[in-house]
Structure formats: C-alpha cells, structure tokens
Design a binder for this molecule. Structure first.
Ligand SMILES: NC(=O)c1ccc[n+]([C@@H]2O[C@H](COP(=O)([O-])OP(=O)(O)OC[C@H]3O[C@@H](n4cnc5c(N)ncnc54)[C@H](O)[C@@H]3O)[C@@H](O)[C@H]2O)c1
Length: 495
C-alpha cells in the first residue's frame, strides 16, 4: 500500500474535551450484562465437546508456568484457543496497529484493569493489546453463555488471570468477577465493563476500591444507562466513558453487523435460498437498513414498515416498498423485526402468514414478535434444530420461528472480528485517555468520545481497504475552518 501523506494523528493529539448528552434507553435486567448487545458467538464453540462433570471451580488446574490464578473449563485446550486468537488478529487491523504503535510508549504502564466482557477470540486480542501496552489485567466473562472455552484456556496459559467458562451459573459468574476484583497485592485502577456488572459489584462490595479508580469504560447500552442513572443520583465517584454511543460503535456495530449477520443467521438456521424471496423488514433504523440492504443484494424483494416519515422516505428512496405489515403478511417468505418496540408482529399477523414463513427478530426486545401468544393449546411446537422451532397450526400450516424471537444474529450467527476491532480500539483508546489524563481533567461524570478519537479509530482501519484519504490543502482548510488533522465534522454531524 502506498504511504498516505496525511498528517498522522497521534495519541497525544486526541483529547476527550467534549461531553455530550446522550439519549437514555430504558432497559431493566436482573443482571445488567444479560442484555449486553455485544454477545459474540463463534465457530470456536467448545462448551460441550470438552465437558467435565465437575465445575472448574472445584478443579485445581495449572498452566505450563505453574500458575493457578485462573479458572477456565479446560486448560488443556489452550493451543486450539491460541489459533483462534491468531485468526482474529488477522481480521483486527485497528487494534493490532494500535498495539504496534503504542507498544514502545507503554501508555498503560502500571495500569491495573479489571475487565468484564465477553471472553472470545476477539476480546482476547483486546486483552493482550492492553497487556502489551503495559497494563496488568484480571478478567471475567460478562455473559454466562458466550465464553469460548479454548480461548479462555489460551489466555490462562499466557498467564492472564482469566475467570469464566461457557455455561457457568449465575453464582459462578459472581464468584469469577469477585476473584478478579479482589486479589492480594493487586488493586484495580481502571474498569472495562460490558453490562455494568464489574462496576456494580465493586460499588456494592468494595466501595473503598473506587478511591484508586481513574475511570470506567463501558460499552453496552444497559451499562451506559446505569452509569447515567448513577451520575444523576450523585453516586458516580469517578469519570466514565460511554463507548456505546461513539460514532464508530453505532455506525459499525449496528449497521454493518446487521448487514453481515442477517444473511448468516437465516442461512445457518434454515438453509434458505434468498433470490426472489419476499421479505418484510419492520423498522428502517440502522439495523433495518443493514438487513434490507443485504437482502436486496441477494435478490430478495424487500418491503419495509415504518412509523417515522423520515425513515419511511429514506426507505422509499433507497428503492424499497414502504407498506403496512397487514398488506403483505399473507405473501411474504420472511418477516424480520428491527424496531426496538413491542408486539410489532402479533398473533393475528402470524395466523395470516403462509406456510413456511420464517419469522425472526433483530431488535433488542424479545417481545417484538408476540411469541407468548404462540404458546397456546391449539398450536404445536417442534424444535427442529438448535434455535429453530416449527410452530404448527391445526390445519397443518407451519411458521419457522428463529431463536424464540430473541436477537437472531446474536443467537445464531457470529460478529465479524473487523467490527469488533473498531469497538476494541475505541475501548483501548478510552482506557488510555482516562489513565493518562491530568487529575482534574474529568469530573465524576459520563463522557463521550470526541470526533477526533472516532476519526483516529476509523483511520487505523483504512489500510485494510488500501483506502487513501485526500488531504485538505491549506487553502481548503482555511476556507472550511478546519484543521488539516481533523476533526473533520462538528459533533452534531450524523454521518
Ligand atoms: N441485532 C443487533 O446486532 C443489534 C445491533 C444494534 C442494535 N440492535 C437493536 O435493534 C433495534 C433497532 O436498533 P436501531 O439502531 O436500528 O434503532 P433505530 O431507533 O435507529 O431504528 C428503529 C426504527 O424502527 C422504527 N419503528 C419503531 N416502532 C415501529 C413499528 N411499530 N413499526 C415499524 N417501525 C417502527 C423507528 O421509527 C425507527 O426508525 C434496537 O432494539 C437495538 O437495541 C440490534
């Protein structure tokens, strides 16, 4: 690739001066990370193949260096996990570039990070990057189902104190997290959370630890919501960065993930041939746009439903027929909900669907499809595959319900490492910023990443596409009132 002449943004150029109000979602969960939107599954599923009857908690395992400061399913699987991490590294150019660029400076030297995220090959790349940049970490899984056991083993083998296994119980979950937070001779000074559980446990059990905490980086909708609540109630005693609402997270995670993973989800579960199929996508936000675009690309006839005239006109001008669900429900082959609302697909709609119609949900709420109404005496449920149910009417008509109406891509598909690279790079930069900022720079409040940092994250990923940025001339920069090094857009710009 030819070397760009763009003035290169360095870490030192990046500042988090901006603080912006963000919409607050209203989500409640028993445990915050139950509803994390970042649950990656993967081909590296080792939860059942290496089953051991005894809980990892009750087995003493040691790695090749003799360390037992970890709790994973089976340390013996580390080589397989290492290969998974190496594969992920190849698809995570941004975080790997950051690792190389900052490895000498060690911007996280002496940082002690307690992490609570999914444990999989992609987050392993993030964890090992943080270590490479000078941090010591202790890490627990934020979700009881998403851990890739072999990857956890690989991290444990590399002396990372890692606590989590796929299928752990709620009790195990809190035990693991506790082991990460409380450790003799080690006290965290940063938190990286996905769902708010590490923050929550520390607040409840070890509030005195917050004296040493320089900041929290939170990635999930739910965790961020919780931080805003704490801030409002005056209970947030350290600065926090909301990574969830950074541009790169929204625009990459949401749109591109949906665009990629809807096809994968439908294909894996139903072996559907897409060409010529009639599909209705309910909701034309970032998720709906991603789904509609990708299905159209496969030759589907795509309809869109919307309540908002702005999104409806966007859909119409993108070439989709904007309809009411009632108008098409009898004829479509696939129904996809992506609204974040409830009861978008009702029992009445499902009564009228044709035989073999596939019904699934890409939105956060599992009540977008009224699955509850399908649990009635006259309907028969047949589990035909993992996450695939045939719901059969008395006359023999059948609909195919995926993932019982829960987020279909998180239940049945994978998230691409490239997308995770964008989020991970953002998380790493947020940690570096909080750790290195002058003491009074951030108050105990929730901050958003500034544009400049979003632009930097994006720039680290451009080389993958051999994309060459155009450099503003002095004259153009002056004309537009911009710095040649960015930021190139105002905070209110929507992309
Ligand atoms: N599956 C994933 O990977 C993933 C990723 C990010 C977000 N999400 C979830 O997907 C949902 C949508 O996310 P988004 O970012 O696209 O949100 P969004 O708010 O941008 O889009 C939702 C759209 O649905 C429309 N809508 C609302 N109620 C409707 C109804 N009854 N009928 C038709 N349209 C309706 C809204 O006008 C809006 O345009 C949210 O629940 C979000 O949490 C899922």
């Amino acid at each position: 690739m030819s070397k760009s002449k763009m003035p290169e943004t360095t870490l030192a150029d990046l500042s988090l001066a901006d603080k912006t109000a963000v919409k607050k979602p209203s989500i409640e969960a028993r445990r915050f990370s139950d509803v994390s939107t970042c649950s990656f599954s993967s081909a590296c599923f080792t939860g059942s193949s290496d089953e051991e009857e005894t809980s990892p908690k009750d087995r003493k395992q040691r790695n090749s260096n003799g360390s037992s400061d970890f709790c994973v399913k089976n340390i013996g699987k580390h080589s397989f996990g290492r290969r998974e991490i190496e594969i992920a590294e190849q698809e995570m150019p941004g975080i790997m570039t950051l690792r190389k660029r900052a490895a000498e400076d060690k911007p996280l030297k002496n940082a002690q990070i307690v992490g609570c995220t999914h444990i999989n090959s992609q987050t392993a790349v993030l964890i090992e990057t943080l270590i490479e940049l000078g941090a010591s970490v202790r890490w627990a899984a934020c979700n009881i189902y998403s851990t890739q056991n072999a990857v956890a083993a690989a991290l444990a083998e590399a002396d990372v104190p890692i606590y989590g296994w796929r299928g752990e119980t709620e009790e195990d979950f809190w035990w693991c997290l506790d082991r990460c937070i409380r450790h003799d001779g080690w006290q965290p000074n940063l938190i990286l959370d996905d769902g708010g559980d590490a923050t929550h446990l520390m607040l409840k059990k070890y509030p005195e630890y917050f004296k040493a905490i320089k900041g929290i980086v939170e990635e999930s909708v739910t965790g961020v919501h919780r931080l805003y609540q704490m801030s409002k109630a005056g209970k947030l005693t350290v600065p926090a960065i909301n990574v969830n609402d950074s541009v790169t997270k929204n625009k990459f995670d949401t749109y591109y993930t949906s665009r990629d993973s809807i096809l994968d989800s439908l294909k894996r579960t139903t072996d559907i041939m897409f060409g010529g199929k009639q599909v209705v996508v309910c909701g034309y936000g970032d998720v709906g746009k991603g789904c509609a675009k990708s299905l159209k690309g496969q030759g589907c006839i795509v309809y869109v439903t919307e309540i908002d005239p702005i999104c409806a006109i966007q859909a119409a001008m993108d070439g989709f027929r904007v309809v009411r669900l009632n108008e098409v429900v009898k004829n479509v082959d696939v129904v996809i909900t992506a609204t974040g609302s409830k009861s978008v697909v009702t029992r009445d709609h499902m009564n009228r669907m044709k035989n073999g119609c596939i019904v699934c949900n890409m939105g956060h709420s599992s009540s977008e499809i009224d699955v509850h109404s399908l649990h009635s005496a006259e309907l028969t449920w047949e589990r035909v595959r993992s996450q695939v149910d045939h719901v059969i009417w008395p006359d023999g008509k059948m609909i195919i319900l995926l993932a019982e109406g829960r987020l279909v891509n998180l239940s049945c598909s994978t998230i691409s490492s490239f997308v995770v690279s964008v989020t991970s790079t953002t998380q790493a930069l947020a940690l570096i910023e909080l750790y290195n900022s002058a003491p009074q720079r951030y108050k105990s409040d929730v901050y958003l990443l500034p544009k400049k940092m979003d632009e930097y994250v994006a720039s680290l990923h451009l080389s993958t596409f051999d994309a060459h940025l155009t450099e503003l001339t002095e004259e153009q920069a002056k004309f537009s009132g911009l710095s040649k090094a960015g930021p190139f857009k105002a905070n209110y710009y929507r992309y």
